[in-house]
Design a protein around this ligand. Structure first.
Ligand SMILES: [Zn+2]
Length: 271
């Protein structure tokens, strides 16, 4: 009996060695062992460079992707500018915003934007946060950012605005950063089932079920903000109706690989 139980324990130990859980592996090991993680991380690095090149991010801002091997964690760069992100810079973070794998490098203070949105919506697998100047006037005036053309049809009936004062505790006066799980959850709540939210006096967050679509949405929402502001100066503006937005979103979002290839080629040629 004793021999049998010893054998079972030994077998279990061997099993654990042979089949370690994804969470127990470093980011580098997961990259090497899981092809879906390799694909996601290669795209994540490229997406950082594209978002900078296309003006959706600047020296600040970040993009995350849910871990394809473990939906309870996500990958995001350590605290560096998006344009210089490399594979070695990627951290793994849990849904509470805790950095895993005993990685002591400095993480983005606003990783809670990502944990909040990814945790609230299991269909979302990629989140982007940035401060693009064109989006700021909408967040501070309350003017609704609406789809001006088919490219940003996903804006639907308009982007909601996250007012940090409604969620900050104990005082509504903050440094404006979404720097804890409660603020991340508040932001996710305001975003709701939409995929874009303005952050008053700060910037925006975009989301999608994959990296390419999140990048597409961030870039075209930022462009929409510039075009809408110009159009509003000229007079009464006709936005896409809700039905037009719904139909054109379905059409245009089937084609997102086309601009992705263009944007990828541009940043590769810059190296
Ligand atoms: Zn920010």
């Amino acid at each position: 009996m004793l021999l049998k139980s010893k054998t079972s324990i030994t077998s279990l130990f061997i099993l654990l060695i042979w089949f370690p859980s994804a969470a127990a592996l470093s980011v580098k090991d997961q990259y090497q062992q899981y092809s879906e993680v390799k694909t996601a991380l290669d795209e994540l690095v490229l997406a950082n460079h594209i978002l900078y090149d296309q003006g959706a991010l600047d020296g600040y801002g970040h993009i995350s992707v849910r871990n394809p091997s473990n939906p309870q964690t996500f990958f995001i760069a350590r605290s560096v500018a998006p344009s210089v992100v490399k594979l070695d810079d990627i951290l793994e973070v849990d849904m509470g915003g805790k950095v895993l794998n005993d990685d002591k490098r400095t993480a983005y203070g606003e990783r809670f934007i990502h944990s909040g949105i990814l945790n609230a919506n299991p269909t979302i697998n990629s989140v982007i946060h940035g401060h693009a100047a064109s989006t700021l006037p909408f967040g501070v005036t309350g003017t609704t950012l609406k789809p001006i053309y088919h490219m940003s049809a996903f804006l639907g009936e308009g982007a909601p605005i996250f007012e940090i004062r409604d969620f900050a505790k104990p005082s509504p006066d903050t440094d404006m950063f979404v720097s804890n799980p409660d603020l991340g959850a508040g932001l996710a709540k305001v975003m709701g089932n939409g995929n874009f939210v303005l952050m008053r006096g700060h910037g925006y967050a975009a989301s999608a079920e994959n990296i390419r679509k999140a990048v597409f949405r961030a870039i075209y929402a930022v462009q929409n903000a510039s075009i809408q502001a110009e159009a509003m100066k000229m007079g009464k503006t006709q936005y896409l109706t809700l039905k037009e937005a719904e139909i054109s979103k379905a059409t245009i979002e089937k084609t997102i690989n086309r601009p992705w290839e263009l944007w990828s080629e541009r940043v590769r040629n810059q190296k």
